[in-house]
Design a protein around this ligand. Structure first.
Ligand code: TRP
Length: 450
């Protein structure tokens, strides 16, 4: 059932205060663990610079058009992801909304586990436990923490409770304000860290790794899928989060410039984070293909050797936790908004969905500890779910999104909702119709075929 407008507006106490608020919230959703934790380990496993190059091309050619497609869908839906997929005569497309909601939920379940790591590191620095450790003890310290189920599950619980709290309070005052305040601060700190990391003796290897492509890496079909998945994950597109966010914004005809700002900011953030991580990897003789814990074992090492490292570390992990919170909230908002549109009270919806996501996330939290031996295709539980979510589920659902926007929405309506001038709008629609779906299908299929 699609409710009447009156009901929708009633429960939409969660509108942004304006355009700036929408931009801040969208960047808050995009910038998160994906830019620091995930970018570092995926780029590290896929050869660095060659990956970065492919990644940048994919962000422009696929990520940005998909982001704008989600914004366009948002103008039609007022917070209801199912309504976004209900163009006349497109009944079965509602399933895309259902699947998108489930995937957002699944990602939230393990995202919260990693975010719990960030909160724990914040606490461990703030309380002084980590500051005393010598630089070379830090990788083992991470292992000790990650293998303790009380710690990983406990911090996971705490983080998801925080996310539920923010979502239950509605989004305008909370997320929007937090994003506006914290995101620039995190940006400043990551730049300071990168500048310091780059100045370390032996850092050059890290910059070469990140910026000087080893072209042979382009021969691995996995690289393209990894870059596609990372682009979707980091931008926060593919599963309708941006549909819901755009639906709280109204349409002032400037969605295209918001999309460009989000994509540019998000990518810049990841590159600078890479400049903080990889010089340390090389300066301290670590392996760039270390895996998902990479950022958590490298960055503490630079904190250990830099003057004032304790302060910087405390601030950094606080801001990283906050960035994760503004992203997790956006994932939680998709199922919660759906329930709230159907009569469940927002606080109960937030609490219920978060409790369920907590339970579903527990195996991921145990996977670095007691369940460490339980691997799927050689990956620990969290890594396996992360791989499947980002590299398969996001692009597959994203493919449905672009096909829907490109082929089911009336072209004129799509172009006018994009806010692009006519010629550019036509170009965008061409990309949405042909280029993006084709490229996505090829990247999805080649690793399976070769
Ligand atoms: N983009 C966020 C990050 O980089 C995570 C995130 C938010 C996300 N919304 C999403 C990931 C939607 C996938 C889909 O940390």
């Amino acid at each position: 059932m699609v409710r009447t407008d009156a009901t929708v507006i009633d429960s939409a106490g969660d509108a942004w205060t304006g355009r700036a608020g929408f931009i801040a919230a969208a960047i808050g959703s995009a910038v998160g663990l994906g830019n620091i934790w995930r970018f570092a380990y995926v780029a590290g496993e896929n050869g660095g610079a060659a990956f970065l190059l492919v990644y940048a091309v994919i962000v422009v050619l696929i990520g940005l058009p998909v982001l704008l497609s989600e914004f366009v869908l948002g103008t039609r839906s007022r917070g209801d992801i199912l309504a976004a997929f209900s163009a006349p005569g497109a009944g079965r497309w509602r399933w895309v909304g259902v699947v998108a909601t489930l995937v957002a939920f699944l990602i939230l379940s393990y995202y919260s586990v990693i975010a719990g790591w960030a909160c724990r590191y914040f606490w461990a620095y703030a309380s002084g436990t980590l500051a005393a450790l010598p630089q070379e003890a830090l990788p083992a310290e991470f292992e000790r923490f990650a293998s303790d189920p009380r710690q990983t599950v406990g911090w996971h619980a705490l983080f998801i409770a925080l996310a539920a709290f923010v979502v239950s309070a509605g989004v305008a005052g909370g997320i929007e304000r937090a994003s506006r305040l914290l995101m620039p601060l995190l940006g400043v700190i990551i730049i300071v860290l990168a500048a310091y990391a780059v100045s370390l003796p032996g850092a050059g290897g890290g910059l070469v790794f990140l910026f000087s492509p080893d072209w042979s890496a382009l021969r691995h079909p996995q690289l393209y899928l990894a870059a596609l998945g990372q682009a979707f994950f980091s931008l926060g597109v593919g599963i309708g989060v941006m549909v819901v966010y755009a639906s709280y914004a109204g349409n002032d005809g400037r969605h295209a410039s918001v999309a460009a700002a989000v994509a540019a900011g998000d990518t810049l953030f990841a590159v600078v984070a890479g400049m903080a991580v990889f010089p340390i990897v090389f300066a301290f003789g670590l392996d760039p293909a270390y895996g998902p814990a990479l950022a958590f074992v490298t960055l503490p090492q630079v904190f250990a050797v830099m003057p004032g490292g304790w302060w910087v570390a405390t601030a950094f992990f606080f801001l990283l936790s906050a960035a994760a919170l503004t992203s997790a909230v956006s994932l939680l908002e998709v199922p919660v908004a759906l329930l709230a549109r159907r009569g469940v009270s927002r606080p109960w919806a937030a609490l219920g969905v978060a409790a369920l996501a907590f339970v579903v996330g527990v195996p991921s939290a145990l996977g670095t500890g007691p369940w460490r031996e339980l691997t799927i295709a050689g990956l620990q539980i969290l890594d396996a779910i992360d791989f499947v979510s980002a590299n398969l589920l996001l692009p597959v659902v994203g493919l449905a999104v672009v096909i829907y926007v490109g082929w089911r929405l009336p072209a004129q309506q799509a172009i006018s909702a994009s806010g692009l001038p006519h010629a550019l709008g036509c170009a965008w629609l061409l990309v949405v119709r042909y280029v993006a779906p084709l490229a996505m299908a090829v990247f999805l299929l080649t690793p399976a075929l070769v």
